[in-house]
Design a protein around this ligand. Structure first.
Ligand code: UP5
Ligand code: MG
Length: 435
């Protein structure tokens, strides 16, 4: 019954770590700092045994004689004390200092923590330095074993019985070694704490490592849509800059796109006709923008004026006119070509052809997405062939359709929803070894 209780109780530990090393190697000192810094439970088998001696319990004389001789106290006594200490804690990580101390105590350690030892923190330090430290500590510690004779015996026990435990864990790849001979207590701790701090991701999505499946230069697209507040732009811009910086080492081509709704609706647009939104966009490190339905809220005049001020390339493959006036190819070309290493992609930009979602006075003329996918693709291919970027029989490697994400639950996007499977098909079919 007692065992089951302890088993259940100990399952609460996320991590059990055994802290080992020669006498005086810094186990107690560093564990105390870990406990203070991270809130771990630090249980020192030696401290518990010494407290038991002090308590004058029936086993105190026996324990004291083992300690004085530098010998290992029968493990039933030690484990009983450790269990009691564990039971009074609510910490999720336990550092067991100085245990297991012999090979036959390893199983007992696992039972005690109800989990395998996550790793052994091993303080490695030359014996002569340890002896110096212990003799010095003996001047004030009052410990029965901090004298020359006991110290000698403790090292024999360590070499013969305790070090094999470290070797066994080392063979399992579970030992984290810290050289505790170099530096002050705090300097050693700076090494130790690094072993317990969660390792932070090395980058963000924008600087993620090269995908293992990539061949040659790969393409990374950073994309946003529906920007109604300018404060979002600095975040995007910093991600794009970071991605471009990381790209060199990764053999990566980075492009950034904004797939529609960058002028309206927003308060600023209503006040100033979208000028502030364009000024913000021009600082946002966006390479390509596509039109969304809300761009048309400005009417032809407003839209045309803002697009002519827009620094990113506006790709418009299917909006022909607004209020009867043509959207010029000069300010919004119907395709773009993008070089990725020695390969090429063609990009199109599409507004939804469900005209019921636009204000009636706008009367937009829009080519259905299905029809103009091929037009954009063929235009891009023709341009690449004309410029001798690809030869006359070759195809570009990828088609990138810029369009606002549509959600099936939005009935006004029903038409573009229906096209999505085509867009996806076109996209995946066009990929030739690109990632
Ligand atoms: N110090 C530490 N780091 C320093 C640094 N970087 N620079 C300068 N000084 C440094 O440190 C020892 C001394 O060194 C201190 O004065 C410290 O300021 C200084 P400490 O942190 O106390 O080292 P620690 O490894 O904890 O030394 P300790 O003497 O406690 O190790 P032992 O393994 O010998 O002792 P323990 O208490 O574990 O066991 C004692 C006895 O209990 C054993 O010999 C055995 O008889 C018995 N026992 C068992 O039978 N079974 C068990 O499971 C456990 C113990
Ligand atoms: Mg100690």
């Amino acid at each position: 019954m007692l065992n089951i209780y302890y088993l259940l109780r100990r399952c609460l530990f996320n991590l059990a770590c055994s802290v080992l090393g020669g006498p005086g190697s810094g186990k107690g000192t560093q564990c105390a700092k870990l406990a203070e810094t991270f809130g771990y439970l630090h249980i020192s088998a030696g401290d518990l045994l010494r407290a038991e001696v002090k308590s004058g319990s029936p086993t105190s004389t026996l324990i004291n004689s083992y300690i004085r001789d530098g010998k290992i106290v029968p493990y039933e006594i030690t484990v009983g004390l450790l269990k009691k200490a564990i039971d009074t804690s609510s910490a999720d990580t336990v550092l067991v200092d100085g245990f297991p101390r012999a090979l036959d105590q390893i199983d007992e350690f696992n039972r005690l923590c109800a989990t395998d030892c996550a790793f052994v923190l091993f303080f490695d330090c030359p014996e002569d330095l340890l002896i110096t430290r212990l003799i010095k500590r003996g001047e004030t510690s009052g410990r029965a074993d901090d004298n020359a004779e006991s110290i000698k015996k403790r090292f024999v026990t360590y070499r013969e019985q305790s070090y094999p435990v470290i070797e066994k864990y080392d063979a399992m790849g579970k030992v984290k070694r810290v050289d505790s001979s170099v530096g002050t207590i705090d300097e050693v701790f700076s090494q130790v704490r690094g072993l317990f701090e969660p390792s932070l991701p090395t980058g963000t999505a924008a600087t993620a490592p090269r995908p293992p499946s990539a061949h040659g230069t790969f393409l990374r697209i950073l994309t946003i849509n529906d920007v109604y507040t300018l404060e979002n732009y600095p975040h995007f811009a910093s991600a794009v800059v970071a991605a471009r910086e990381a790209a060199v080492a990764l053999d990566c081509k980075v492009i950034s796109t904004l797939n529609g709704d960058f002028l309206s609706p927003c308060v600023l647009t209503a006040l100033d006709g979208g000028r502030a939104m364009v000024q913000g966009l021009n600082l946002a490190e966006v390479d390509y923008v596509g039109l969304g339905n809300h761009e048309l809220d400005l009417g032809y005049e407003g839209l045309n004026a803002r697009l002519s001020e827009t620094k990113p390339t506006v790709v418009n493959s299917n909006l022909i006119s607004v209020q009867g006036r043509t959207i010029s190819n000069d300010i919004a070309p119907n395709f773009a070509t993008i070089q990725i290493g020695d390969r090429w992609a063609v990009m199109g930009g599409f507004v939804t052809d469900d005209t019921s979602i636009y204000a009636p006075f706008l009367k937009p003329k829009i080519i259905p997405v299905d029809e103009c996918l091929n037009v954009a693709w063929n235009s891009g291919m023709t341009a690449l062939r004309a410029r001798n970027e690809i030869d006359n029989t070759a195809l570009p490697d990828l088609f990138i359709p810029m369009t606002q994400p549509a959600h099936a639950s939005r009935s006004d996007n029903g038409a573009i929803d229906a096209h999505f499977s085509n867009l996806h098909f076109s996209f995946s079919r066009s990929v030739r070894g690109a990632s």
